[in-house]
Design a protein around this ligand. Structure first.
Ligand code: ATP
Ligand code: MG
Length: 388
């Protein structure tokens, strides 16, 4: 008997046209091979067949489990599990073999068989469930299709069947790389890693941009969070952190800009540097962790004033726009970066109490013009740090 890893692919990919799907599937496999290499998963083969992904040639049971764990963090995967591969001659033969594997699983429990047949067979999925169910029944505490304690999944295709208990959930989404590249403005707080994850989930290669607003110690925070995020989720390319020294900008704002506009002008300066960098480096979009109304600089009126004062030449995407803080916190927990992100300190010393919540676009443009020259200079100098 053989053991393999069986994974289901996100429904969204499966439903793509015949032209698009092979490209997405190739990229998914490439990302998985990269993930396995980085995680030290010792399995040799990864392939897709009829909307299912298979991993075989695993060194031992540990490698199989590690493969499942890794797959649960690859965008484009809906679920993954260790599955027993059986070859059978007839439906009765199949039922006997499933009993050898799943007999222990159902012992003394209410169970259900979920059978799925594809391809040409002499029996239907329903027949299979019935016959396999009858074979397991004597060992169990009975069948319960609505609320079983154990489900036995049997996927049948052309003389082979895959038997497993449950799938570990994957993140769904699109394989990283199929949608192009973007930068994420990254402070290393709770919002920016959540925004980066949301971007990557849509198939985007994300690189991070960090601005040193006050102390260069903030680089360590951004790096700690960025590395954890990259290690867990960003497969199939080499993600990077770009660091810009924004201290001349914050100093100029503190010295020259109307206090109540300081935060908003700073925000605009961040957008402008990101825009220039994105255009120069061939990124397709800029992402931020802003959420409408979360803080006074992010009221809808201020976002409007920012768009009017300086229309951007790249899309500015705010994937957290509709989330509240609790939802963002639970997302960072789910994706495994909460501990790192919660330790990040707030470094910016610009006045926070006096922020205008309904900035006037013209006044914002005038205030920004005072520091524009310094922003231009800042945009040209950065350092680059690999995250993996
Ligand atoms: P976060 O939790 O990501 O720190 P926040 O709740 O502190 O965000 P703000 O500080 O207003 O909110 O920042 C909103 C967004 O602006 C951040 O999510 C990030 O995209 C960007 N940003 C803020 N500070 C920086 C920085 N120092 N470097 C790069 N981007 C930044
Ligand atoms: Mg912040």
């Amino acid at each position: 008997m053989d053991t393999v890893v069986l994974a289901s692919i996100a429904g969204e990919i499966v439903l793509k046209s015949d032209r698009t799907r092979p490209r997405f599937e190739r990229r998914l496999v490439k990302n998985i091979v990269d993930a396995f290499r980085r995680e030290g998963v010792e399995c040799s083969d990864v392939w897709i067949e009829a909307a299912r992904l298979y991993v075989s040639g695993c060194r031992n049971y540990d490698a199989l489990e590690k493969a499942v764990d890794t797959l649960s963090r690859v965008f484009g995967i809906h679920g993954a599990t260790v599955a027993h591969l059986v070859r059978y001659k007839s439906l009765d033969d199949l039922a006997e073999r499933v009993k050898e594997i799943a007999g222990e699983w159902v012992r003394g429990k209410k169970f259900a068989v979920r059978a799925r047949r594809s391809g040409v067979e002499e029996f239907t999925s329903l027949d299979a469930a019935r016959v396999i169910g009858a074979a397991l029944y004597p060992l169990s505490a009975g069948v319960d299709l609505e609320n079983p304690e154990v489900e036995v999944f049997v996927e049948i295709r052309g003389g082979k069947a895959y038997v497993y208990r449950e799938m570990r959930r994957g993140p769904d989404g699109l394989p990283i790389g199929v949608e192009g590249r973007a930068i994420v403005l990254f402070s290393g707080g709770l919002d920016s890693p959540a925004a980066a994850w949301m971007a990557a989930k849509r198939g985007i290669e994300v690189d991070l941009v960090h601005y040193v607003l006050a102390s260069p110690l903030s680089i360590a925070d951004a790096l700690r969070v960025g590395k954890k995020l990259a290690r867990l989720w960003l497969y199939g390319y080499r993600p990077r952190l770009y660091v810009f020294d924004f201290r001349p900008v914050t100093a100029a704002i503190a010295g020259m800009v109307d206090n109540s506009y300081a935060q908003i002008v700073l925000r605009l300066a961040m957008y402008v540097v990101a825009e220039k960098f994105a255009l120069a480096m061939g990124y397709d979009a800029v992402y931020t962790g802003e959420s409408v109304g979360q803080v006074s600089s992010q009221t809808l009126k201020n976002l409007y004033a920012l768009a009017r004062a300086h229309p951007l030449k790249v899309p500015l995407i705010r994937p957290l726009a509709g989330l509240d803080k609790e939802e963002i916190v639970s997302l960072t927990r789910r994706i495994g970066v909460y501990e790192e992100a919660a330790r990040t300190k707030e470094y910016c010393q610009l006045a926070r109490g006096l922020v205008a919540t309904r900035a006037d676009p013209d006044k914002l443009a005038r205030e920004y013009a005072k520091i524009e020259g310094i922003v231009e200079l800042t945009a040209t100098r950065y350092i680059e740090i690999p995250l993996v």
